[in-house]
Write a protein that binds this ligand. Structure first.
Ligand code: FES
Length: 124
């Protein structure tokens, strides 16, 4: 048990559990540069996007809630992830949308934990 984080390590450190939550290891922190967004494929579910802004990491769905665009093909600016197709802007963390095209909702974000230089998220 890692008392610093309150997590129990399992399966060679690739995942951890906290109560009934399961965290998934997505990538090393060095894989996502400042103001960058990277697509991560996850077994058994749709890909996620890992973004970094002002030294903080965020994990969201990779597909834009408006259409089938991959947000990891977009960019991060002023605390928002920008869709590359119709340029909807989503607040990092809350997913609130700005300048949305008709029919575009919020972007779903997931709780993030950094453990030993890796980005984990609760994708439940
Ligand atoms: S596909 Fe992303 S805003 Fe339209």
């Amino acid at each position: 048990m890692d008392h610093r984080h309150g997590f129990r390590r399992v399966a060679g450190g690739l995942s951890v559990t906290v109560a009934t939550r399961a965290l998934v290891r997505l990538c090393g922190t060095e894989s996502v540069g400042e103001n960058d967004v990277v697509r991560i494929d996850v077994a058994g579910r749709a890909a996620v996007a890992v973004s970094r802004w002002d030294g903080e990491y965020f994990v969201s769905d990779d597909v834009c809630p408006h259409a089938e665009a991959s947000l990891s093909a977009g960019y991060v600016e002023d605390g928002r992830i920008i869709c590359p197709v119709h340029f909807a802007e989503f607040d990092l963390g809350s997913g609130d949308v700005h300048n949305p095209p008709i029919g575009c909702g919020k972007l779903r974000f997931y709780p993030v934990t950094i453990i030993d230089g890796a980005v984990f998220a609760d994708l439940g």
